[in-house]
Design a binder for this molecule. Sequence first.
Ligand SMILES: [Zn+2]
Length: 64
Amino acid sequence: MPADSSHPFPLDPVVLGQLACPACLGVLRVDEDRLVCAGCGRGYPIVDGIPVLITERAVLGDNT
Ligand SMILES: [Zn+2]
C-alpha cells in the first residue's frame, strides 16, 4: 500500500490539455474523479485513469 496517495488521479496535464469536450469542444478540467467541461458543464467519468469522453456517458451538470 503506497503511503503517498496525494495523487489518486495521475492524469498527465499535457494529455489533459489535448483533450476537449466531444459535445462542444470546450476545455476540460479535472474535478475529483471526473473531467468537467467548462463550456457545457458535462462531466465525464475517468475509468482506470482514462477519461471516457463519450457524450452518452457524460453527466450533465446542474450548475447553471
Ligand atoms: Zn462541453
